[in-house]
Design a protein around this ligand. Structure first.
Ligand SMILES: Cc1ncc(COP(=O)(O)O)c(C=O)c1O
Length: 454
């Protein structure tokens, strides 16, 4: 199917179900962002990244709790008002007479599939809309035919839920799961060779993250996909944190399947995800919930989950418009600018270690990990909250089927609405902790992965 670029107005008209009053109500916020973007159109993304007047407009587009400093956007990001308001709007509409309004909204959501495919570089018939990366990835993990003895190669630092999914297939069907380990940060060559050396004649699947949810380690997706394809191996990529975070096109990755949480960096209302499956690979995966045989090669077979809140999916259109209004390059450059601001301020401190590769060319944007020698990160996270109302997640390696890693770190993930003052407060808190230590606390912040999900 041909990709199309739709203007926001055309989309709203096509979506049909949008009341005139409501669209006026929401249009203002997006138009302010679009106007701000127009005014910086001739400048580079790196230049705009440092323009606080521009980012002030973006900050105002959110309804936040500024009594707290949210540096855990890797969990789930707040959606901009314009998207959240549209959830209520579509909910109201469906609720008036569900049998009458649900069908039309479901059909209109096809426009979002078109726009998602155009923005992220794939055919619309390769783009399934789901409720998050867990659902997307479990569809393909559980939907691929494997028999006892077939091998999946994944890593110790993949996401716990996804590792648990493979673990369950191992217990249930006797497949073999090989989990390879890597130091952080690791080079792209190291990661490539790690997979290459692990391949055996029984390897049927590679499963890895585009960037990890821990230190944001970037993987060489295209190279690994090519390696896999040359050996008849299927590649499943966990893109929970990557799509909408930094720019790339799905088709360029050359993987078979790619699962995303759109309520992370695309800033969609909670309950939005997508699953890209390369066209010729669609028949390789059974849907989690049964679909008729005629749909074997239809991407929509992965979406047949029965009655669900279409309002949440319809509101994805507003988050996508918001993302496009900022511009993918500008957003990535700002996230990197914020990360480099705290990292550059702290890196000279001999007690502070950054576990993410922040060198050029860029391999990290809005997520990075850091620790202070000799300080338990759970107590450090409690200090951040108690003394500065900073929300960060402490990472402490667990035991299988959870992720396994031998470092401790705070994961720091600002967002497009984060102010420089908030970043600088984090720097102050880290310097104070490195200098004076933090109290041993009987009440540490629960750590990932054993106690919390991030
Ligand atoms: C790497 C990774 N994969 C998968 C998931 C699951 O995403 P969700 O809980 O949004 O389905 C997450 C969530 O944090 C993640 O970080």
């Amino acid at each position: 199917m041909k990709s199309i670029q739709w203007s926001r107005r055309e989309f709203l008209r096509a979506a049909g179900a949008v009341g005139a009053a409501a669209s006026v109500w929401n249009a203002g916020a997006l138009e302010r962002v679009e106007a701000a973007t127009q005014s910086v159109a001739n400048r580079t993304a790196e230049d705009v990244a440092q323009d606080e007047f521009f980012w002030r407009e973006i900050q105002l587009a959110f309804k936040l709790d500024r009594t707290l400093i949210n540096l855990n956007n890797g969990f789930t990001c707040p959606a901009p008002r314009v998207a959240l308001e549209s959830v209520w709007r579509y909910m109201d509409m469906v609720n008036m007479l569900p049998v009458h309004y649900q069908g039309p909204i479901a059909r209109n959501v096809e426009t979002i599939r078109l726009r998602m495919a155009a923005e992220f570089g794939c055919d619309p018939d390769e783009m399934a809309l789901t409720r998050g990366a867990s659902e997307s990835l479990q569809i393909v993990q559980n939907g691929i035919d494997l028999k006892a003895g077939d091998e999946v190669i994944t890593t110790e630092q993949d996401y716990p839920r996804m590792l648990t999914t493979w673990d369950q297939r191992m217990r249930r069907e006797g497949i073999t799961v090989t989990r390879v380990q890597f130091p952080v940060p690791a080079t792209q060559d190291f990661l490539y060779k790690m997979f290459e050396q692990a391949v055996t004649p029984r390897t049927k699947v590679f499963h890895f993250t585009h960037i990890t949810n821990l230190t944001a380690q970037l993987f060489p997706v295209q190279r690994l996909s090519r390696l896999a394809r040359s050996k008849g191996i299927v590649t499943i990529v966990d893109g929970a944190h990557a799509l909408g975070h930094f720019p790339f096109k799905l088709r360029d990755l050359e993987c078979d399947a790619y699962g995303v949480s759109l309520h992370k960096w695309l800033l969609a209302p909670i309950g939005n995800g997508c699953l890209y499956v390369r066209k010729d690979s669609i028949p390789k995966f059974w849907p989690l919930q049964a679909a008729p045989e005629q749909q074997d090669d239809d991407i929509r077979k992965f979406e047949a989950i029965g009655t669900h809140p279409w309002a949440i999916r319809a509101a994805l259109g507003e988050s996508l418009a918001f993302h496009q209004a900022i511009g993918a390059e500008r957003k990535a450059a700002r996230l990197r600018y914020l990360t480099l601001r705290w990292a550059n301020a702290l890196k000279a401190n001999p007690r502070i270690k950054i576990l993410t590769d922040l060198s050029e060319p860029a391999q990290a944007w809005g997520v990075a990990a850091v620790n202070i020698e000799g300080i338990d990160v759970r107590a450090l996270a409690r200090f951040m909250m108690n003394n500065y109302r900073i929300v960060v997640v402490p990472l402490v390696g667990g035991a299988p089927p959870n992720s396994v890693f031998d470092y401790q770190a705070l994961r720091v993930s600002p967002n497009v609405y984060t102010t420089l003052e908030e970043i600088d407060t984090f720097v102050t808190a880290m310097e104070e902790a490195a200098k004076g230590g933090v109290p041993e606390t009987p009440d540490p912040v629960p750590a990932y992965p054993a106690d919390v999900t991030v």
